[in-house]
Design a protein around this ligand. Structure first.
Ligand SMILES: Nc1nc2c(ncn2[C@@H]2O[C@H](COP(=O)(O)OP(=O)(O)O)[C@@H](O)[C@H]2O)c(=O)[nH]1
Ligand SMILES: [Mg+2]
Length: 216
């Protein structure tokens, strides 16, 4: 997979504001400042697709990007900032819950955690919340360029033990600086899209007639 095209589509505060489409959706979430915007920009090869902010926790919208005219990235606002008012947090919770429960084409969640640190209580809550809704999750450990080689295996262990990954969930160690792990994330996108395509053709087969109907 190569990401050749990435377009910002819209920002929404509710599902009603999201585009109607048949494409697969991938959701990106993580604590504010974890490196989510940088990661989306690196993955899509775009400098400013997702805004990197020095004011964490500010954006409280679902940002939708159309990738390769085929599938979608849904960028969910960062969580876990004490500065955000309680009322904002409650609205945020409702927005995410409505999103994950209503979007049938959401096929994979990328949960970003900082490779340098033990996942926070909020990270753990987020992971458990996603699993409660049976969503496949890939944990993206960010900022690996800031971790010494000698610390890597210990950090991996701490993250895996804290989050207690279930089923087929995996962790990928990444860096937006060194580009470590990007190939693995791109392969993950392929894997999910292929799986979706194969289940779709099972449901829809046999295809009898796909000729467009001509208008007279
Ligand atoms: N060293 C390093 N810094 C990073 C990396 N990714 C993000 N950052 C820095 O972390 C800060 C937060 O990044 P940002 O992408 O805005 O995080 P967001 O709040 O999760 O969207 C910024 O100062 C980035 O430059 C990375 O892979 N390596
Ligand atoms: Mg951001």
């Amino acid at each position: 997979m190569e990401i050749k095209k990435a377009e910002f589509i819209t920002s929404a505060v509710k599902n009603e504001g999201l585009p109607v489409h048949n494409g697969v959706e991938f959701m990106f979430c993580g604590r504010s400042n974890v490196g989510k915007s940088s990661f989306i920009n690196t993955l899509t090869n775009r400098k400013k697709l997702a805004k990197t902010s020095s004011n964490p926790g500010k954006t409280q919208t679902l940002n939708v990007y159309h990738i390769n005219d085929e599938f979608y990235f849904i960028d969910v606002p960062g969580y876990g900032f004490a500065r955000v008012a309680k009322s904002v947090k409650a609205t945020f919770g409702k927005m995410i819950e409505q999103y994950v429960t209503d979007r049938e084409n959401l096929k994979m969640v990328f949960l970003l955690v900082d490779f340098r640190h033990k996942p926070t209580e909020d990270d753990k809550l987020m992971y458990d919340f996603l699993k409660y809704y049976n969503l496949p999750v890939t944990v993206i450990a960010t900022k690996s360029d800031k971790v010494k080689n000698s610390e890597r295996s210990k950090n991996k262990k701490v993250i895996l033990e804290t989050l207690q990954l279930q089923g087929n969930d995996k962790m990928i160690v990444t860096s937006s600086e060194s580009k470590e792990g990007l190939g693995l994330v791109l392969s993950k996108l392929d894997e999910v899209l292929e799986l979706h395509a194969s289940t779709q053709s099972e449901v829809e087969s046999p295809v009898v007639d796909e000729l467009p109907i001509e208008e007279v």
